[in-house]
Design a protein around this ligand. Sequence first.
Ligand SMILES: [Zn+2]
Length: 133
Amino acid sequence: MTKPIPKPNPETKPFWDGCAAGELRLQRCNACGHVQFYPRKLCSACFSPDVSWFTASGRGEVISWSLVALPSAPGFEDELPFTSILVKLDEGPTMLSVLRECEYESISQGMPISVIFEKRTEEISVPYFKPAE
Ligand SMILES: [Zn+2]
């Protein structure tokens, strides 16, 4: 079973282009300054359509985590067990991801982490996180 490949649309293509280039890209509202993830046409704080893309630091901290030991989606059996995490990015938004290169027992709330990318195709790389150096 192969993993599903994300299908970019006009709203999400800049995000996926960033991942393929090794950059985590987020949207910032030019009207109120709010930073958001996931990508949207409008600012989720003030509904302005004037949002633009920027390259984020790729750094954040662990808010919450959970060990995934049983298969829940086809294609991910080879990764079990893995650690699902809720990340608070340094720029503000939260993001659901997977923590790599870290023993489950050594995870702590507020632990600094940084993004890494796993290439799936020429166009698509998927963001994961690892402990920050
Ligand atoms: Zn706004």
